[in-house]
Design a protein around this ligand. Structure first.
Ligand code: HEC
Ligand code: HEC
Ligand code: HEC
Ligand code: HEC
Ligand code: HEC
Length: 427
C-alpha cells in the first residue's frame, strides 16, 4: 500500500488551468507578480497599438499574416486555440493574453532563434533559476538552464521572441542577433546575458514562506510604456529613466576648422545591443544641439515640441537615431508586413571588430563663427507620433482611447553644456 502511494504521481494544489492565471501566483510570489503586472510583457496582448497594427495587418494581407503576431504577443491564447490571428482578443480572458508567468515558466526548449521558437511544455513544472527550490504544495518546481541568467542558454529563451524574421525572410528586429555578435557574448567567464541587465538581482524571498536568496526583477523595462491605464506606470517610467541614463556616453566638443569652428557630438552605446534596439523603425530617438554667441543662436537642431511628431519637424541638420523602413516600391513604410528593407541608423553594440571605437560622431560646421556656449541632449520616444497618426488614419486606432501620448525621455549622461575654448571638449 505504502509502495503504491509512493509510486503515484504527486498532485499539487494548482491544476493546469490555475497555473495559467497570474492571479494564482500572487499570494506566494507577490513581488514578482507586482513587477510583472506593470511590465510590457503583461501589456503585450492588450497593447492598443499592437491590437490596431495586427488588425490592419490581417485586413491588408487578407489574413495571410495569420498567427504571426500573436505567437509573441498572446502565446498562451494561441497555444490553447483561443485565437488564431489575434483579432478576437477582446473575447479572450485577460490572463491568457500577453507574455505571462505560465508562458515563460512552462517553456522548456528553444527550437529557433527568432519568431517565438519556444516549446511550451505546459506540464505543470515551474522552471526557474533556483537549483534546489523549497517544496511547495502549489506546484512542481525545477531548475532550468533556459531560466538561469548565469547559464549560457538563458539568452536564447528571451532571444527567441526578441528577434523577428518576416514571412518573406527579411530580418527586421534583431536584438538577440545583435547581442549574440557582441562582446557581451564571447565566453562563459565574461558573458552578460539578457538577464544580467534586464532581470536585476536583489536579495529577498522568492516565495512568501521560502528562504532568503537571490531574486530577480520582473519589470524588465526597456523604453516602451503603456499608453492606457495600467498598473505601475510611474515605477516603470522611473526604471526606464534609470536605465536610459547610463546607456549612452556622450562627448561634446567645439573644434577649429579652416574658417570658423564645428560642433562635434560623439555618442557611444554601452548597452548589450544596438541603441535603440528591437522595433527600431518605430522608435524616435534624436540629438538636440544648440550653439550660442551671446544671445545669438548660431545653431539650433533637434528642438521638438511635446505632442508634435518628430518627422513633422523640418530640420535637415537633425541627427536621427532610429532606422528608416521602406516597402518594395522604395517608399517609407511603417507596417511590418510591407517592410522589405531598412536603413540602419542606430548606434552599434560593441563587438570584437569595433571594440577600439564603436562610437558615432556627428559634426555641425559653423563657418566664420565661434560659439561661446553649446548644449546637447539625446531624447527618445518609444513610438513615433507619426506611426500613431498612420494607424488612426487607417481607422485601426482610436486615439481618444489612449490616456496619453508616448513620453519623451532624455538620457542623463548626454545632457552636456560646453563653455570652453575652441579645441576643447566636455565632459
Ligand atoms: C502556495 C504558495 C505558492 C503558489 C500559489 C505558487 N508558488 Fe511558486 N513557489 C512557491 C515556493 C515555496 C517556491 C520555492 C521558493 C524557494 O525555494 O525559494 C516556489 C518556486 C517557484 C519558482 C522557481 C522554481 C525554480 O526552481 O527556480 C517559480 C518559477 C514559480 N514558483 C512560479 C510560480 C507561478 C508562475 C505561480 C502561479 C501560477 C506560482 N509559482 C504559485 C510557492 C508558491
Ligand atoms: C549590458 C547590458 C544589456 C544586455 C546584456 C542586454 N540589454 Fe537590453 N537593454 C539594455 C539597456 C541599458 C536598455 C535600455 C536602453 C535602451 O533603450 O536601449 C535595453 C533595452 C532593451 C530593449 C528595449 C528596446 C530598445 O529600444 O532599445 C529590449 C527589447 C531589450 N533590451 C532586450 C534585450 C534582450 C532580449 C537581451 C538579450 C538577447 C538584452 N536586452 C541584453 C541593456 C542590456
Ligand atoms: C519573460 C519571461 C518571464 C515572465 C513573464 C515571468 N518570469 Fe519569473 N522568471 C523568469 C526568469 C528568466 C527567471 C530566472 C532568473 C534567474 O534565475 O536568472 C524567473 C524567476 C522567477 C522566480 C524565482 C525567483 C527569482 O526571482 O529568481 C519566481 C518565483 C518567478 N519567476 C515567478 C514569476 C511569476 C509569479 C510571474 C508572473 C506574475 C513570472 N515569474 C513571470 C522569467 C519570467
Ligand atoms: C513569448 C515571447 C517573449 C519572451 C519569451 C520574452 N519576451 Fe520580452 N517582450 C515580448 C513582447 C511581445 C514584448 C512587447 C510587448 C509590447 O510592447 O506590446 C516584450 C517586451 C520586453 C521588454 C521591453 C521592451 C520595450 O520596448 O520597452 C524587455 C526589456 C524584454 N521584453 C526583455 C525580455 C527578457 C529579458 C526576456 C527573457 C527573460 C524576455 N523579454 C522574454 C515577448 C517576449
Ligand atoms: C518574434 C516575436 C514577435 C512577433 C512575431 C511580433 N512581435 Fe511585436 N513585439 C515583440 C517584442 C519583443 C516587442 C518589444 C519591443 C522591441 O523589441 O522593440 C514588440 C513590440 C511591439 C509593439 C510595441 C510598440 C513598438 O513598436 O515598439 C507593437 C505595436 C507590436 N510589437 C506589434 C506587432 C505586430 C502588429 C506584429 C505582427 C505583424 C508583431 N508585433 C509581431 C515581439 C514580436
Amino acid at each position: 500500500m505504502i509502495l503504491l502511494l509512493l509510486s503515484c504521481r504527486q498532485t499539487y494544489d494548482l491544476d493546469a488551468e490555475a497555473l495559467r492565471d497570474p492571479e494564482s501566483c500572487k499570494d506566494c510570489h507577490q513581488t514578482h507578480y507586482e513587477q510583472w503586472e506593470g511590465s510590457m510583457h503583461a501589456y503585450a496582448g492588450e497593447d492598443p497599438v499592437f491590437r490596431a497594427m495586427n488588425a490592419r495587418g490581417q485586413r491588408e494581407t487578407d489574413g495571410a499574416l495569420g498567427d504571426f503576431c500573436v505567437k509573441c504577443h498572446a502565446p498562451v491564447a494561441l497555444a490553447l486555440g483561443l485565437t488564431e490571428d489575434g483579432t478576437n482578443l477582446d473575447e479572450v480572458p485577460d490572463h491568457l493574453q500577453g507574455v505571462t508567468c505560465a508562458w515563460c515558466h512552462l517553456a522548456d526548449e528553444v527550437v529557433a532563434d527568432h519568431n517565438a521558437g519556444l516549446v511550451w511544455a505546459d506540464d505543470g513544472v515551474m522552471r526557474g533559476g533556483i537549483a534546489e527550490p523549497q517544496e511547495t504544495a502549489a506546484h512542481a518546481s525545477a531548475w532550468s538552464p533556459l531560466h538561469d541568467r548565469d547559464s549560457p542558454e538563458s539568452s536564447a529563451m528571451c532571444g527567441s521572441c526578441h528577434d523577428i524574421v518576416l514571412p518573406d525572410g527579411f530580418h527586421l528586429e534583431r536584438t538577440y542577433a545583435e547581442w549574440q555578435g557582441s562582446l557581451f557574448n564571447v565566453d562563459d567567464a565574461t558573458r552578460q546575458s539578457c538577464g544580467h541587465c534586464h532581470t536585476r538581482a536583489g536579495t529577498g524571498k522568492a516565495a512568501i514562506d521560502g528562504p532568503s536568496r537571490r531574486i530577480h526583477d520582473h519589470a524588465m523595462v526597456g523604453v516602451d510604456v503603456a499608453l492606457t491605464a495600467f498598473p505601475g506606470i510611474p515605477e516603470q517610467e522611473a526604471a526606464i529613466q534609470d536605465e536610459l541614463d547610463f546607456t549612452l556616453l556622450a562627448t561634446l566638443c567645439v573644434l577649429p576648422i579652416v574658417a570658423g569652428s564645428e560642433v562635434v557630438l560623439n555618442l557611444e552605446n554601452v548597452g548589450g545591443h544596438s541603441w535603440p534596439s528591437g522595433a527600431t523603425h518605430d522608435r524616435r530617438a534624436w540629438a538636440e544641439v544648440t550653439a550660442w554667441k551671446g544671445d545669438e543662436v548660431l545653431l539650433e537642431t533637434g528642438v521638438v515640441e511635446e505632442g508634435v511628431a518628430l518627422t513633422d519637424t523640418a530640420d535637415p541638420n537633425r541627427w536621427d537615431i532610429f532606422d528608416l523602413a521602406y516597402n518594395a516600391e522604395g517608399q517609407p513604410e511603417h507596417m511590418f508586413w510591407s517592410i522589405t528593407e531598412t536603413e540602419r541608423r542606430t548606434l552599434p553594440v560593441v563587438t570584437e571588430d569595433n571594440w577600439i571605437n564603436h562610437s558615432i560622431t556627428m559634426r555641425w560646421p559653423l563657418p566664420g563663427e565661434v560659439p561661446e556656449r553649446v548644449t546637447a541632449a539625446v531624447h527618445i520616444r518609444p513610438i513615433g507620433l507619426d506611426l500613431l497618426a498612420d494607424l488612426s488614419d487607417s481607422g485601426d486606432l482610436d486615439l481618444s482611447t489612449l490616456t496619453r501620448l508616448p513620453p519623451t525621455f532624455t538620457l542623463g549622461e548626454t545632457v552636456l553644456e560646453w563653455t570652453g575654448t575652441v579645441g576643447s571638449c566636455v565632459p
